[in-house]
Design a protein around this ligand. Structure first.
Ligand code: C2E
Ligand code: CA
Ligand code: CA
Length: 691
């Protein structure tokens, strides 16, 4: 503490009246005992910044002419604000905490510093204000380093304190004293979290020091302190002690926590994100549990929800699902949004697989409760894949793959269900992955060939059209069925490139046959996913511009499921395609969930009745009849698929079906073979009745 004579501020206006003679009498009376003591004692009025009592030795120390001259000195003159604030702090420490402490005071009686060690305590003045009683307990040797280091200790914002080994306080610098709750607060009592304190003790015992960031109880509430504790010896008593250094890092920690929260969480749903999941999985190896579960799910037909209701509704659905899952799981379970509509939940302690299976089923139920957005009720479901694992043996990437394989099975088996991963699933998936890899090469190597299957016109009695069906000419396996590889191409997106290749090949064939005088309509299959292909429309446009393009003689077959969902987008595209001169057929008709009323919105030329209905004729007669009537009303022709026997053929002729296609007429065959048979007029209805 520095108080310079020269530091005079005559304007330091504190609204306290000068105690005057009464105060003097009062103090002189109370401190009569001190007048002749060898120890310098004085009383400093913190508000008036004046000494209001001093014994003779104190007067000498201050190098005053006499008491009156000393009392008349204004010690506030030029006093730095930090010193002034600290003295104010001491004053309130005396009032609120009953503080008594020992600290150095450097006096500057004649401009020359004198370092003293002073005991401070509070003393009430006659008007009950708190003043500071100062009693010199020793003159510190004025070695410059000592003076400076003492000064530094007093001025620093770092809280420095010394505790006895059992935690009783010995010394606190002003910064530390300012923050404590009471002067006799023990070290242990400063910790909010006693686990932190135990950890501190353990480390002190083993290494003699410890540093951590811990939540501390201070006079301004709980704060985060970077606290460092070292075992040492008290330089006064020589007894073992603890030197504690603390810095308030609350602002920094809060900012860092916020940054971490932002880095670890998904903005939309407030769930954890992929980054956090990875960290969490790597920590799992250290937990006690033997069985954990990784559950992954995605929202069934989420794209349709987005397309039909808009992205805002899509967001509401994701948020609601995330919040339901969080509410339905325990605190330790980690709910993660991977991105899009994909989520993962990690359960770190599975006691009983059966009970856990019920938990997973319950999640399905909770999620499928209708979700409200404004006044719209949306029904969303999810497909779930689960893998159970031992955290000490598990590999994160492998676990994600297993859960994903199980999820894929859930989707394939009709969605809205839970599947637990097993080894067989893993093997199947590996085989699929192998095909996928091969497929990529084969698309590049053009290992695909188009077969043609005739469509027999029942009125004319001849084949007037044919369906183009792709085959994979596998170098080792021979001809591979599209039923095996088209779904994989659809999932992986390979269908876009392969699909364009097929469309181009089949259309070129149709044009070539036209040029050669072969009068044949050709139909080509288009997968729903191909409507997302930005290049498809351009390709169709190019084809329609070709000379000899047989307008209205090339038909594109689209499965019914492609029409469900984003009606407007598909409707728009189909209208453009129809305008280019292509015909449009709905494939596998009757198997989807198409709302018959909207079918009339699409520019449809043909309905292809799914083979499952034809196989069940005549039992399925009423349904097939209904489709024939519907087609008549919208002006579309009808093809019966999968016709295999004469009874089916007769039923279809009698009920006015336009065309049939099936093994009864011919299996799909390579183009050259098919061409020969067409040219020789081999496909004739009379064949079936001559027998
Ligand atoms: P799809 O479009 O319904 O094609 C008819 C399927 O039924 C063909 O199988 C055909 O060989 C088979 N089929 C024809 N007549 C009969 C019959 O009398 N009985 C039975 N049991 N089956 C019959 P394929 O060629 O194996 O094609 C399977 C599916 O693969 C197709 O079903 C279609 O969805 C898809 N696909 C085939 N080629 C292509 C293509 O070029 N592009 C796209 N996107 N998908 C294709
Ligand atoms: Ca087809
Ligand atoms: Ca079909």
């Amino acid at each position: 503490m520095k108080m310079r004579k020269a530091d005079i501020d005559s304007n330091s206006a504190i609204a306290v009246r000068d105690p005057g003679a009464e105060l003097k009498r009062n103090l002189d009376e109370r401190f009569k005992f001190a007048r002749h003591l060898e120890t310098p004692i004085w009383i400093y009025d913190v508000d008036l910044k004046k000494i209001v009592f001093a014994n003779q030795t104190a007067c000498r120390l201050w190098q005053a002419v006499d008491e009156t001259e000393l009392y008349s000195r204004d010690l506030g003159i030029g006093m730095s604000t930090t010193v002034s604030q600290r003295l104010k702090q001491y004053q309130s420490d005396f009032v609120e905490k009953g503080a008594k402490f020992r600290e150095a005071w450097t006096l500057y009686p004649e401009g020359q510093p004198i370092s003293t060690m002073v005991n401070y305590s509070g003393v009430r003045l006659y008007d009950s204000r708190m003043a500071m009683q100062c009693e010199v307990v020793g003159e510190t040797v004025s070695v410059p380093e000592n003076v400076r280091s003492t000064e530094a200790l007093l001025h620093t914002d770092v809280m420095i304190s010394l505790y006895e080994n059992d935690g009783a306080p010995i010394y606190m610098n002003p910064a530390a004293r300012k923050k404590i709750n009471s002067t006799d607060q023990r070290l242990k009592e400063k910790f909010v979290d006693q686990i932190d304190f135990s950890r501190l003790q353990t480390n002190l015992n083993s290494s003699g020091e410890h540093r951590m960031i811990s939540k501390m109880i201070t006079d301004s509430g709980t704060r985060w302190h970077d606290i460092s504790v070292k075992s040492c010896l008290d330089s006064v008593t020589g007894k073992p002690a603890l030197l504690v250094t603390e810095i308030d890092v609350s602002e920094l920690k809060n900012a860092r926590d916020k940054a971490r929260y932002l880095a670890d969480s998904d903005q939309l749903t407030g769930c954890f994100n992929r980054l956090y999941l990875q960290q969490h999985m790597s920590m799992l190896a250290n937990i006690q549990s033997e069985r954990c579960a990784l559950l992954c799910f995605d929202v069934d037909r989420f794209k349709q929800i987005n397309d039909c209701f808009g992205h805002e509704v899509g967001d509401t659905v994701l948020k609601e699902i995330a919040s339901r899952v969080r509410n339905a799981t325990r605190r330790n379970d980690v709910v993660v949004r991977l991105g899009g509509d994909e989520f993962v939940v990690v359960f770190d302690d599975i006691q009983d697989d059966r009970v856990f299976a019920e938990t997973a089923e319950r999640l399905l139920e909770i999620i499928s409760e209708p979700i409200l957005h404004d006044k719209t009720r949306i029904s969303a479901s999810v497909s779930i894949g689960v893998t159970i694992f031992n955290p000490r043996k598990a590999d994160f990437t492998e676990l994600m793959r297993e859960a994903d394989v199980a999820l894929y099975v859930s989707k394939n088996e009709g969605r809205n269900r839970v599947t637990f991963f097993n080894e067989k699933m893993g093997a199947d998936a590996k085989a699929r992955d192998a095909i996928e890899l091969e497929l990529k090469d084969s698309v590049l190597n053009s290992e695909f060939e188009i077969y043609y299957q005739p469509r027999l016109d029942l009125k004319v009695g001849k084949a007037l059209s044919a369906e183009a069906l792709v085959r994979w000419n596998h170098p080792k396996r021979g001809i591979v069925s599209p039923a095996e590889f088209i779904p994989i191409c659809e999932e992986t997106g390979l269908i876009e490139e392969l699909g364009r290749m097929i469309v181009k090949k089949a259309c070129d064939q149709a044009i070539k046959w036209r040029q050669e005088g072969i009068d044949l309509d050709i139909s080509v299959n288009i997968s729903p996913r191909q409507f997302d292909d930005p290049l498809l429309m351009g390709l169709l446009e190019d084809i329609s511009q070709k000379t000899d393009f047989p307008s209205k003689r090339i038909e594109l077959e689209i499965t019914e499921s492609a029409l469900i969902g984003s009606h407007e987008v598909i409707e728009e595209k189909l209208k453009i395609i129809a305008k280019m001169g292509f015909r449009i057929a709905i494939d596998d008709f009757g198997t989807g969930y198409s709302n018959l009323s909207y079918i009339s919105n699409f520019p449809l030329d043909c309905l292809k009745i799914d083979q499952s209905f034809i196989a069940q004729l005549p039992a399925s007669g009423p349904i097939v009849g209904l489709i024939l009537t519907l087609a008549g009303q919208i002006g579309a022709s009808v093809v019966a698929e999968g016709v295999e026997d004469a009874d089916q053929l007769v039923w279809l002729i009698e009920n006015g079906c336009d065309q049939i296609q099936g093994y009864m007429v011919s299996r799909p065959i390579p183009a050259e073979e098919f061409e020969k048979l067409i040219v020789s007029d081999s496909y004739s209805i009379s064949k079936f009745f001559d027998q």
